[in-house]
Design a protein around this ligand. Structure first.
Ligand SMILES: NC(=O)c1ccc[n+]([C@@H]2O[C@H](COP(=O)([O-])OP(=O)(O)OC[C@H]3O[C@@H](n4cnc5c(N)ncnc54)[C@H](OP(=O)(O)O)[C@@H]3O)[C@@H](O)[C@H]2O)c1
Length: 263
């Protein structure tokens, strides 16, 4: 974790869940932070806590990253008022639980915009500075859902398949440039994710059995980034699930996915 000392990390979706945990672990490693999400108060409280505990600088920017202009505005604001970004963590994202035919079209568009388009644009924009400096680190948050069709989370899983494909390809393209790109693929993790996706406090048996905590997911993600791994699936059970997908057809995987997600 010494590689993060004195650097600056931009973390999207840092008002709670995995993003806040990335902030905690990086601050403890001496990394300065720029936190971005919509909930300003939660980020300001976290910023105060981390500045006092670890003597790092933490800037917060309240912004809705599901707006089409958001990536350009965020990049411009940081270039104007903020520090140079050494580490970009594209973590902000949400899911939509339920049959695709019931998805609210506006929430669907916002989810696809946030999970894929804003993530891609931020990556593209911040890569310019990283290339100029000849170093940088990008962490994209995918999911175990990146690896298979995800009935009842169909559009979400498709968006995370995009993140995995983009990130692994970038890892290869960036080889030799001093910039790394790693896709961190968590399975079910105890955050606000399931409730925000519309599961309203309910969990399937699969979700109860596979549930992990944010600290272990983030530790595995940062370790994989330090090793410049193209991607990492966090947790032994999740790794096993993704490994077995190699031996089944995609239609079988879709059937199993449906059974795993239905209540
Ligand atoms: N938890 C899981 O089971 C799980 C599994 C696999 C992958 N993931 C992925 O992990 C990432 C983090 O999710 P999480 O589990 O930490 O969920 P979470 O607790 O719901 O946190 C999501 C974060 O994204 C931010 N966000 C949501 N919409 C936003 C918007 N329009 N603009 C800016 N920020 C926005 C939220 O902040 P505001 O609401 O304040 O804006 C929050 O900080 C996501 O990409 C998710 O897909 C989660």
């Amino acid at each position: 974790m010494e590689a993060f000392r004195g650097r600056t990390a931009l973390i999207t979706g840092a008002s709670g869940g995995l993003g806040a945990e990335f902030a905690r672990q990086l601050a403890a490693a001496g990394c300065n932070l720029v936190l971005v999400a919509r909930s300003e108060t939660s980020m300001q409280e976290l910023a105060r806590e981390l500045e006092q505990a670890h003597s790092v600088r933490v800037m917060t920017i309240a912004m809705d990253l599901a707006r089409p202009e958001a990536a350009g505005e965020l990049h411009a604001q940081i270039r104007r008022d903020g520090p140079g970004i050494d580490v970009l963590i594209n973590n902000a994202g949400f899911g939509l639980y339920g049959p695709f035919t019931d998805d609210d079209p506006v929430r669907l568009r916002n989810m696809l915009q946030l999970n894929m388009v804003t993530l891609s644009e931020l990556t593209r924009l911040f890569l310019d500075q990283m290339k100029e400096r000849g170093e940088g680190r990008i962490i994209q948050i995918g999911s175990v859902a990146s690896y298979q069709p995800g009935p009842l989370y169909s559009a979400y899983a498709a968006s995370k398949a995009y993140v995995l494909s983009l990130g692994e390809a970038l890892n290869r393209e960036l080889r030799g440039t001093g910039i790394s790109c790693t896709v961190v693929c968590p399975g079910v993790t105890a955050t606000g994710f399931l409730d925000n996706a519309g599961q309203q406090g309910r969990k399937s048996l699969y979700q109860k059995l596979f549930m992990m905590n944010s600290p272990e997911v983030v530790r595995a993600g940062l370790k994989a980034s330090l090793r410049n791994r193209p991607s990492v699936v966090t947790g032994a059970l999740n790794k096993l699930q993704v490994f077995f997908l190699r031996f089944v057809t995609r239609s079988f995987a879709a059937r199993a996915g449906y059974e795993a997600m239905k209540m």
